[in-house]
Write a protein that binds this ligand. Structure first.
Ligand code: FAD
Length: 293
């Protein structure tokens, strides 16, 4: 099933993101965690692609297992910046052979080695290069990333939105946002991109912070703004794991309810291979999910 057919429904739904194991020895535990999340029957699940493509083979294996065993629509991520044309071509063929129709087309982060290397030798510089290739090689439903708080490499939001428009025009069917902790930033962003002529569906990405130690990493990764009430929650409960988990699930649930209440029907949760957190949020929304209001 194509992601756009799911997210254009009027029913409220949730999707979850998982990541593949970094090494073979953890494959079984990751598979088990992702299966527990799939048992919730989310709208779809996405599987990230290891930075630099190092653990890339597991992305497809995890996605295929969940699709075949649980019939959950799958979105496989694919990054391009550290790959050559041949590798990407092989990956695209593997996606087709395994009947994965939804692909999240990403550039990938620049590692320090890539930063130092000669860019004129890169086969792919931006996600849009990968999107053109996916478009020409199959009938994929293509997702791409967007940044309500501006991508860290962009000088200003005007440039970021200009390049986002070029990316969408290359053939993107939907966008998913970087994590946000303040929904107002999402709504402001929506206003600006619609004004710029970007009209594809946009799925807000919510990261439940359920562990005080996660905060620093989440900010470093995303540069996301932390509202005062979020900081107060971490200050108060961050050193008590059970309390922080409960508070983090409640904060994410509250954000999701606010998004639904303001016209968004699908929210993507960065569930980070944690079935208990996915279940906590899902249960909190039991009278809301799969309904129209
Ligand atoms: P791009 O769209 O190429 O944008 C990168 C930067 O280049 C931006 O500043 C943009 O404004 C600028 N730009 C774009 N086009 C042009 C152009 N033509 N000329 C000049 N500048 C341009 N990383 C992983 O490694 N694996 C994953 O699975 C993964 N999943 C992600 C999922 C989501 C929802 C998000 C938000 C991010 C994900 N990332 C993942 C991180 C992502 O790879 C990084 O944020 C990366 O730095 C940018 O990727 P992009 O696809 O947005 O790049």
């Amino acid at each position: 099933m194509r992601i756009t057919d799911i997210i254009c429904s009027e029913k409220m739904s949730l999707s979850f993101e998982v990541f593949p194991p970094k090494k073979e020895t953890s494959y079984e535990s990751v598979q088990k965690a992702t299966e527990e999340i799939a048992e919730l029957s989310p709208a779809f699940m996405s599987v990230t692609y290891g930075a630099g493509g190092g653990t890339s083979k597991y992305t497809l294996a995890i996605a295929k297992n969940l699709k075949d065993k649980y019939n959950v629509p799958m979105l496989a991520h694919l990054t391009c910046v550290s790959s050559d044309k041949e590798t990407i071509s092989n990956r695209i063929e593997e996606l087709k052979e395994n009947d994965i129709k939804n692909v999240m087309a990403l550039r990938g982060d620049l590692t320090p080695e890539l930063e130092k290397s000669d860019r004129s030798r890169w086969d792919y510089r931006h996600a849009s290069d990968l999107i053109h290739e996916l478009k020409s090689k199959g009938d994929f439903c293509i997702g791409a990333a967007c940044y309500p708080e501006v991508h860290p490499e962009s000088l200003c939001q005007r440039d970021d939105i200009k390049y986002l428009k070029e990316k969408v025009d290359a053939g993107v069917d939907f966008l998913t946002t970087q994590m946000i902790f303040d929904n107002n930033l999402f709504f402001n962003f929506m206003y600006k991109i619609r004004e710029a002529g970007i009209n594809v569906p946009v799925i807000p990405g919510i990261m439940p912070i359920t562990n005080g130690n996660q905060v620093e990493r989440a900010i470093k990764l995303s540069g996301a703004f932390m509202p005062q009430r979020f900081k107060a929650m971490v200050d108060k409960f961050g050193s008590n794991p059970d309390a922080m988990k409960q508070a983090g699930i409640a904060y994410a649930t509250d954000q999701i309810i606010d998004l639904y209440a303001n016209g968004i029907t699908n929210v993507h949760v960065y569930s980070m291979n944690k079935p208990d957190i996915a279940k906590g949020i899902y249960n909190n929304l039991s009278e809301i999910l799969w309904k129209t209001f």
